[in-house]
Design a protein around this ligand. Structure first.
Ligand code: GAP
Length: 455
């Protein structure tokens, strides 16, 4: 596992992730996804959507608003409870989340607010100064609608996408005439005014969530939960192709469950900065629909067309941080290896990002051996053709050895080299990122040759 600084520096050097607002001195803990980061993120989102939504017959999509009626956050409990306990050092004035300070002492008060109040002796981790009494700090980003800034125009940027799925449950059930069980899924930006963002893109104030609410009859919820847990394992093993030893399946004990949840599993990852949450899956009973029914005054019950049983659907909610998945993809992909140089018998270190091929930002790189026009006459139209089928990088500067190293470092699975022989034999050299083996392939067979590699 590389350390985080190695990944942050590779990301900047190669254009995966840049520090936000950099030319103005930056904005702490904000990050911009560069060309490669954008492509990688798109590929992760596409794969997630295909696996959890598009390939299933029990899921429907949604794209709901980021700014919604504040009553939604009253119903969900975010206005009242979506807060972290904050303490400030009386000496250096640094601020900390109490649960983080407790965690450092081996106490995990995630769901049990009472633990926070227990008399654990805490002091400032930076200067050992005394800390203030804990104060609740709401994480919702507040804004105002229109031109008047008062209580009647207050609105919030959504802290999660779930609210839109609960409030559209009735609409979607009516228009799609879906029977239970079925799920509503969406991917979108969320905002939380985190007290202590950090660890690169692990905890930021603006991030993306992919999540779904799977509506069920509560009878037999245990089986449905198991089904999703095993699908999620398949996602990590087969699609994200992570080393499963790096995942920790943290079953939340009954004593720590949120009052409305009967089962929650936090999926954790062994990051270079410790074992921390990656994403989660929770059985939330009928808590959310019951709260929205109460606050909105609308009937959100479902009638089973076969049994005529009328009930409030219960919900199983798998939720994924897209940015954390991308961080895991970067950490898992990073490899340092000894590799041969152009000099006979010599080796040097190569950094190679061994992304699963379907997630790699570029699938193919076209590399004419030199900038000579003769070669460009072949390589440019070849790249144009390949772009119809693959995500393609084109690079004609520097030595071919340096260009291979660069493509290794950005994780391109196949490099296609056009050389002077190509002009005669109408063939190109295809180099495999992982094995570094080279094949000579006829140009007219290249698309099919590469397509087979991505099956
Ligand atoms: N609807 C449930 C929900 O929002 P959550 O655990 O609060 O659950 C979902 O958030 C996921 O979003 C987390 O598991 C994590 O992957 C990601 N996430 C949460 N806060 C984040 C932050 N500040 N920065 C980046 N990702 C975050």
């Amino acid at each position: 596992m590389p350390d985080l600084d190695t990944i942050v520096s590779l990301c900047k050097r190669r254009g995966f992730v840049f520090p936000g607002s950099e030319i103005y001195g930056g904005l702490a803990n904000s990050w911009d996804y560069g060309p490669l980061g954008h492509l990688l993120k798109q590929n992760i989102k596409k794969a997630w959507w295909k696996f959890f939504v598009a390939e299933r017959d029990d899921m429907v999509p949604l794209d709901s608003a980021i700014i919604m009626n504040p009553k939604i956050w009253e119903a969900s409990g975010h206005l009242e409870n979506f807060s972290d306990e904050l303490v400030e050092c009386k000496e250096c004035h640094h601020r900390f989340r109490v649960d983080h300070l407790l965690e450092a002492k081996g106490i995990t008060p995630k769901f049990d607010k009472e633990v926070v109040k227990k008399p654990v002796k805490l002091s400032c981790p930076d200067c050992d100064g005394a800390l203030t009494e804990p104060k609740a700090f709401n994480l919702m980003f507040k804004t105002f609608l229109g031109t008047t800034e008062d209580n009647s125009t207050v609105a919030y940027l959504r802290p999660e996408t779930a609210g839109g799925m609960f409030t559209n449950f009735k609409n979607i059930q009516n228009v799609t005439r879906r029977r239970l069980p079925f799920g509503i899924a969406q991917i979108g930006k969320c905002f939380r005014n985190e007290i202590t963002p950090g660890n690169f893109i692990f905890r930021t104030r603006e991030f993306e969530i992919g999540e779904f609410e799977y509506f069920i009859n509560p009878k037999g919820w245990e089986k449905v939960f198991e089904m999703w847990l095993s699908e999620i394992k398949r996602w990590w093993k087969d699609i994200m192709q992570v080393n499963m030893d790096n995942l920790v399946w943290h079953e939340i004990p009954d004593s720590e469950l949120a009052h409305y949840s009967k089962r929650t599993v936090d999926v954790e990852y062994k990051y270079p900065f410790g074992v921390k949450e990656l994403h989660g899956i929770a059985y939330r009973t009928d808590f959310d629909l019951a709260r929205h029914e109460k606050v909105s005054g609308q009937d959100l019950h479902y009638t089973d067309p076969e049994t005529n049983e009328k009930f409030l659907p219960h919900v199983i909610e798998p939720t994924f941080g897209i940015d954390r998945m991308l961080l895991v993809a970067l950490l898992e992909a990073y490899h340092e290896e000894e590799a041969p140089t152009a000099e006979e018998g010599e080796t040097d270190k190569r950094v190679v990002m061994k992304f699963p091929k379907h997630l790699a930002p570029y699938q193919v790189a076209v590399l004419p051996l030199s900038k000579k026009e003769d070669l460009a006459k072949v390589s440019k139209p070849l790249a144009t053709d390949l772009r119809k089928h693959f995500s393609v990088d084109y690079d004609e500067t520097q030595s071919i050895g340096k260009r291979y190293r660069r493509e290794d470092e950005i994780g391109t699975p196949y490099c296609v080299t056009v050389d002077f022989e190509s002009l005669e034999d109408k063939k190109v050299t295809v180099r495999d990122r992982d094995t570094m083996k080279q094949d000579r392939v006829a140009i007219e067979e290249l698309i099919n040759y590469l397509k087979e590699k991505f099956i």
